[in-house]
Design a binder for this molecule. Sequence first.
Ligand SMILES: C[S@@+](CC[C@H](N)C(=O)[O-])C[C@H]1O[C@@H](n2cnc3c(N)ncnc32)[C@H](O)[C@@H]1O
Length: 244
Amino acid sequence: MTTLLASDRITLHEGEALSVLGALPGSSVDTILTDPPYSSGGLTLSARQADPAQKYQHGSTKRRYPAMLGDNRDQRSFALWASLWLAECLRIARDGARLMVFSDWRQLPVMTDAVQAAGWMWRGIITWHKPSARPVLGDFKRDAEFIVTGSKGKPITHTRRCLPGVYRHNVNASRKVHLTEKPVPLLKDLLEVTQPGCTVLDPFAGSGSTGVACLQTGRSFIGIELSPEYAAIAAQRLTEAMKE
Ligand SMILES: C[S@@+](CC[C@H](N)C(=O)[O-])C[C@H]1O[C@@H](n2cnc3c(N)ncnc32)[C@H](O)[C@@H]1O
């Protein structure tokens, strides 16, 4: 593990999630907001194990990004693996902490299994509607991804607002720096359920979007990223966001 950033508000580790999580103290974070590799994208084994740049980009939109790692598990091993890191996250979370984990339609059933197998209380599904998703001739458009929500025991409530269950945000394809980057405005909306000033953990930080959302909303962030290229991109992005 290499620690690329370490300030009172932002910590970024380059390393493997399970091994770094194992080194973090118990009951030390308030929220887990993360977007793991989905290991999705096809009906057959070869389709699932294809290069993520092929799986998650389509004809006219192809751009080059650093390789995304850890995206080639079959569904059973994905569920087992997810339950391992989710159990570590549960240990690191404080009582009443919130969990929010991204998934797509294909992996949603196994992700909800893994969340519960790891000991989290499953609380529901949030829908992220992406109108910019590509249309499918003769079929329904798959223009949603999902956020599985949970809590460590009884959740602590921090807002008096009734939050929506569906959020609508487009991906900014021309500006994104990660193959499967999530929009910062969406992440900021999700953080509304947490307490300002709290500590948020993202073990699959990618380009650091969750960290940017934390900085913009007054939360502290701990991120982990395996790919040296993406960890460097996240470090640069977060350093710039700290100056804003
Ligand atoms: C879906 S992407 C996250 C994208 C991020 N939300 C963003 O907006 O940039 C998942 C990330 O997890 C990383 N990853 C895969 N396996 C990992 C592991 N075992 N430990 C840590 N990071 C891992 C991948 O390299 C990838 O960047």
